[in-house]
Design a protein around this ligand. Structure first.
Ligand SMILES: [Zn+2]
Length: 144
C-alpha cells in the first residue's frame, strides 16, 4: 500500500518546508479574510520556523501534516507496515522536535496554534476555529 520510499518522503518533506504549500496558503487566506495581517518571512528567526506569524497578537501558527507530525487519533496518521523501526524513530524525533519548539515559543511569550492538515477538509469549521484567535478570551482555547 505504501509505495513511496522513505527516502522519497524525506525529500518531499524537505521541499514542503521551503515552499508556500497549498494548506499554508489556505490558512493564510482564511486569516487574511478575518482581518489578520502578517508578513510571510517573519517565521524565519523563530524556533521551528512557524508557517505564519501574527505579531499583533503574538501568535505563531503551524500547519502540520497529520502523517509527519502524528496527529493523535487521526486517520491520516498511518504507520507504514514496512521498516517499522525506521518510521518509529523518525516519528519520535518529529514529536520531540515539535514539543521542544512549542516550549521555546511559549517561553518567549508566543501563543502557538497548530492547524492540522485534515482540518482543511472543513473550511467552515477551520474558519470558526481561526476566528477564536481574535479575542484574548477565546485565543487560549485554540492555542497551546
Ligand atoms: Zn489529522
Amino acid at each position: 500500500m505504501d509505495r513511496i520510499t522513505p527516502e522519497h518522503r524525506s525529500w518531499t518533506m524537505s521541499r514542503v518546508r521551503s515552499t508556500d504549500t497549498g494548506p499554508e496558503r489556505v490558512v493564510r487566506s482564511l486569516l487574511h479574510g478575518l482581518g489578520f495581517r502578517f508578513r510571510l518571512d517573519t517565521g524565519k528567526g523563530l524556533p521551528g520556523t512557524p508557517d505564519i506569524v501574527l505579531p499583533a497578537i503574538r501568535t505563531t501558527v503551524f500547519v502540520h501534516g497529520c502523517f509527519w507530525h502524528r496527529h493523535r487519533g487521526c486517520s491520516l496518521a498511518t504507520t507504514p507496515k514496512t521498516r517499522a523501526e525506521f518510521w518509529q524513530s523518525k516519528f519520535e524525533r518529529n514529536r520531540t522536535r515539535d514539543r521542544r519548539v512549542v516550549r521555546r515559543l511559549k517561553r518567549d511569550g508566543w501563543h502557538v496554534m497548530i492547524v492540522w492538515g485534515c482540518e482543511l477538509r472543513d473550511r467552515d469549521a477551520l474558519l470558526a476555529r481561526l476566528a477564536r484567535l481574535r479575542s484574548p478570551r477565546t485565543r487560549s482555547s485554540v492555542c497551546r
